[in-house]
Design a protein around this ligand. Structure first.
Ligand code: C2O
Length: 581
């Protein structure tokens, strides 16, 4: 039976409490990954889930969390954070059948091509659970970045690049990471990045919010406090008893939208402006969102809203009616309910964005309704004192202009013809870094996507801007690319992008133009170009933690944020080296 909609109130993740006494000059948190129990809907039984719990420094026996997802870290710009991430998960996976299937060597769920198209070692034998925490979008030294090869298991087994600060203070199943918070005010998030099993771990619940605040933002007049609400969008499949199913074959009607951990929740709102900070934490689903009003209430069927920020921070406000959000992207919105009569319900809906945008026929059902905002609360606090969005004076984003000195670098999304596995440039994740960037010059990265799916691409460490997109003759490009591979990868066989362009450059979408991004949509049969103006990593160590700064060379990664793709194998390292001059 279909779940009844809008009967569960929207939960809001709790905020973790910092301990300022452990590392002078930094906020310290202890956060534990563990299994717990969570009801995704009033009419669903409790499900075993995984989540993060923060230690309350004043009441150590009352950890802060809700079981599913994790507590929010609220931090101040440029004031460092230190986190001890403790792995107390079970040693058998919540989705052990997937692990067993991969390990059996005749994987039915994820067929595996041989090297050089696929990493040989997704994770070591006898270890079923393998985790590491990545602060997504942060300006973080590599030893604290939480990349897959830094994974560690609940039984204290370490992957090859496991690292921790202050090793005397950790058990083998823990790691201490430090974050500079040298970012604009923005919504980051933290999530599992376990080697080869990120998709399973995040689906089980391992994700949380990380909000960077700038004290100067208080002057801007943005809706705040209870009028600033995070919305973490995901989709789930449930077994009849309410437990989580992990299926690779989504059937019509099986997939359920979940916001902050609840299926089809509602939020009672006042007739005033709200700030919604939307994160798409789905494994693979893109959403095209709009705010629908009942037909008899407004002349137009949807409520207009204002985009005021993206992944990396605030931007010039943009009035919009809908937007497409891919996994890992964040959209910071102001929605005005003040003109709606008491009792009006506004429904957050999704349209024409099946699992894979723009969608392969038959691959996943449409979800049309997600949650509801019900204008049922009287206006409090003497009315809305926030600044109207068209009067907002937000800090301007500098356009990132490409310069002639910038090197062009191509990343081809290569799908293995027989097995379907994807890689960048037909090189598996496990092969050593071959891409060296310097601290002195920016680069233009060209993501050449000759397949029929859109991919959300994410680059660690840096913010970038989308420069443009250009359509390509995908079939011919793919054909020549196969020739290059089959002919022993001779440079003269490599397709020259310019020969495959079929139209003029298309400027970035209005919602991504002159915005700070860490994840963008690489559309099918298209090259998408991004400008990265600078690769200088954070160098200043946090005084109270030796080894917390960055030394060169420093290796980071970029990858597709469809979690099943990054596990399997659409991810590559890249390395920052000192420039010669
Ligand atoms: Cu949100 Cu490398 O990931």
């Amino acid at each position: 039976p279909a779940l009844e909609k809008y009967v569960d109130p929207l939960p809001t993740p709790l905020t973790a409490i910092a301990d300022t006494s452990v590392y002078p000059g930094a906020d310290y948190y202890e956060i534990t990954m563990r299994a717990g129990s969570w009801r995704f809907h009033r009419d669903l039984g409790p499900a075993t889930v995984w989540g993060y719990w923060a230690t309350d420094p004043h009441r150590p026996h009352r950890p802060i969390g809700m079981g599913y997802l994790g507590p929010t870290l609220e931090v101040t710009r440029d004031h460092p954070t230190v986190v001890k991430w403790r792995n107390r998960l079970p040693t058998t996976h919540l989705f052990q059948f997937v692990i067993d299937d991969i390990r059996s060597g005749n994987a039915q769920l994820t067929p595996t091509p041989p090297p050089p198209y696929k990493s040989e070692v997704p994770f070591p034998p006898d270890v079923n659970v393998w985790n590491v925490v990545h602060q997504h979008g942060g300006y973080t030294p590599p030893q604290s970045d939480g990349m897959p090869k830094q994974s560690y298991s609940p039984d204290g087994i370490h992957a090859e690049s496991y690292s921790t600060l202050d090793p005397d203070r950790v058990e083998p199943n823990e790691a201490i990471y430090a974050y500079t918070n040298h970012d604009q005010s923005c919504l980051l998030w933290y999530h599992d990045h376990g080697m080869g099993m990120t998709s399973l771990n995040v689906y089980a619940g391992l994700a949380g919010l990380y909000t960077i605040r700038d004290p100067e933002d208080e002057q801007l007049g943005l809706p705040s406090g209870e009028f600033e609400v995070p919305l973490i969008l995901q989709d789930k499949t449930f077994n009849p008893d309410g437990t989580l199913a992990y299926t690779m074959t989504l059937q019509e009607g099986e997939d359920t939208p979940v916001v902050n951990g609840k299926a089809y929740p509602f939020l009672a709102v006042e007739p005033r402006r709200y700030r919604f900070r939307i994160l798409n934490a789905s494994n693979e689903r893109f959403w095209r969102l709009r705010f629908e009003t009942p037909r008899d209430v407004l002349p137009q069927p949807t409520l207009p809203f204002w985009l005021i920020g993206t992944d990396g921070g605030l931007r010039t406000p943009l009035r919009m009616l809908n937007f497409l959000i891919s996994p890992a992207e964040r959209y910071d919105l102001i929605v005005d309910f003040s003109q709606l009569p008491m009792g009006t319900s506004v429904t957050l809906t999704n349209y024409h964005a099946p699992v894979h945008y723009p969608g392969m026929p038959g691959l996943g059902p449409e979800i049309s309704e997600i949650m509801q905002f019900q204008v049922t609360k009287p206006l409090s606090g003497g009315g809305d004192k926030s600044t109207p969005p068209d009067k907002l004076d937000l800090p301007a984003v500098t356009p990132f202009e490409p310069t002639p000195q910038m090197r062009r670098r191509e990343w081809v999304v290569y799908q293995h013809q027989l097995f379907g596995t994807m890689t960048f440039n037909a090189v598996p994740f496990y092969a050593p870094s071959q891409d060296f960037v310097t601290t002195s010059t920016g680069e233009v990265w060209e993501y050449i996507n000759p397949n029929h799916d859109a991919h959300p691409m994410h680059v660690h460490l840096i913010n970038f801007q989308v420069l443009n997109r250009q359509p390509i003759d995908a079939a011919s490009y793919q054909e020549q690319y196969e020739k290059w591979i089959n002919g022993g990868r001779e440079p003269e066989d490599l397709p020259v992008l310019e020969n495959y362009l079929t139209g003029p450059p298309i400027p970035p979408d209005p919602d991504e133009a002159v915005s700070l991004k860490d994840t963008f949509k690489s559309y099918p049969e298209t090259v998408t170009r991004i400008v990265i103006p600078d690769f200088t990593p954070p160098t200043d160590p946090i005084a109270s933690i030796p080894g917390s700064g960055t030394e060169l060379p420093a290796t980071y990664i970029h990858h597709c944020h469809l979690l099943e793709h990054e596990d399997d194998d659409l991810m590559r390292p890249w390395t920052i080296v000192q420039s010669a001059d």
